[in-house]
Design a protein around this ligand. Sequence first.
Ligand SMILES: [Zn+2]
Ligand SMILES: [Zn+2]
Length: 144
Amino acid sequence: MKCPVDRRVMMVVEHRHIELDFCTKCSGVWLDSDELELLIDVLVSEGAKVLAIEVDKSVRKALRKCPICGEKMEKAWIGHDPKILIDRCPREHGLWFDAGEIQKVLCEMVPPGSPQYQNVVSFLGDAFQATHMQGMANRPQDTV
Ligand SMILES: [Zn+2]
Ligand SMILES: [Zn+2]
């Protein structure tokens, strides 16, 4: 799958049964539609309230294309405080988070210093660090 921002082939990161696609160039993250829920279940708590996602049709800048279907993605707000503007496929293939946004969304859901907070931080650290190391060991394949 290619990054919707820079078209680089993203790396699939699998960690604790969650699969996400990570772009080593821009550090953006693609989550398939169910994966955000799964991520919240695993890291925050099982059955935790799923974050509301609010599509904002008034935002027209920088519409990106869904890496799965190529449809222009919608801008949508996620979270509460702060709200973060992400991209969402109108056909519900998934969500795109720019660098650092997924961290902000998840860290906002848990009290700082709590065991869940440590989960979030270590999950993201492990997942992305592993990717970077892998990226250095294997040459990037950009012909798929
Ligand atoms: Zn990218
Ligand atoms: Zn799509």
